[in-house]
Design a protein around this ligand. Structure first.
Ligand SMILES: CC(C)(COP(=O)(O)OP(=O)(O)OC[C@H]1O[C@@H](n2cnc3c(N)ncnc32)[C@H](O)[C@@H]1OP(=O)(O)O)[C@@H](O)C(=O)NCCC(=O)NCCS
Length: 187
């Protein structure tokens, strides 16, 4: 598979890129190690989620989606690209009068509290605004997710309201705080 057209973003401590199917084992390790840590913040996962074929298919789909302009699903890797530190996914990209995407992210438990996600989102939002030229990034968080709240605030996201029963997290429809960040160069 030719992948030279895919984004690859270097930050001070990480590499952000779309992974290739042959790298699925690194993601599986991340998902297995962080199963309990992420369960409370994410949708309920089917058993296949914790298998290599799932991630191989997922990476193929992510590359296809990027090429047709529907999403940018970045994996946050260590500099040597031997460890997945987390993910930041810009999905549901809609053009036209909207020019917006949803942002979702997750960091390995052992890498929390180091500013890694802040670093990854600072750089990737630059790509989303300057290269993809989107106008708005939208992010939603559970009111009890204080780390996520602090992170979005630091990045400049503004609270726009609260949506009732917005997302099904770990099997339960949950209210979320709605935030967004507008591209300063698109106004
Ligand atoms: C939400 C989540 C990504 C936040 O991770 P995080 O490590 O707290 O976020 P940051 O990268 O902004 O790091 C901030 C922390 O790093 C510290 N830090 C250390 N060095 C830093 C640096 N160079 N730059 C910035 N912050 C730094 C900050 O003081 C802060 O620590 P504190 O919270 O103990 O005060 C993470 O908790 C996570 O993945 N949670 C589970 C999944 C989840 O909630 N997803 C989002 C759903 S909406």
């Amino acid at each position: 598979m030719k992948t030279t057209d895919l984004p690859r973003i270097e930050t001070q401590r990480t590499i952000l890129k779309l992974m290739e199917p042959q790298e699925a084992d690194l993601m599986l390790t991340f998902r297995m190690e962080n199963k309990d840590h992420l369960m409370q913040w994410e949708p309920k996962r089917a058993p296949e989620f914790y298998t290599l074929p799932f991630w191989q298919a997922q990476f193929r789909a992510a590359i296809r989606e990027f090429r047709r302009g529907a999403s940018l699903c970045l994996v946050i890797l260590s500099k040597d690209e031997q460890e997945v530190l987390g993910v930041c996914n810009y999905t549901n990209i809609i053009r036209g009068t909207f020019e917006a995407a949803h942002l979702g992210y997750a960091l390995a438990q052992k890498h929390q509290g180091k500013g890694i996600m802040f670093e990854a989102l600072e750089s990737s939002k630059g790509y989303v605004f300057d290269e993809l030229k989107l106008h708005r990034i939208m992010a939603n968080y559970l009111p009890r997710n204080q780390r996520s709240c602090a992170l979005l605030k630091k990045l400049g996201f503004e609270i726009e309201g609260e949506a009732k029963k917005l997302l099904k997290i770990n099997g339960v429809w949950e209210d979320h705080i709605i935030t967004s960040l507008i591209n300063p160069r698109s106004c």
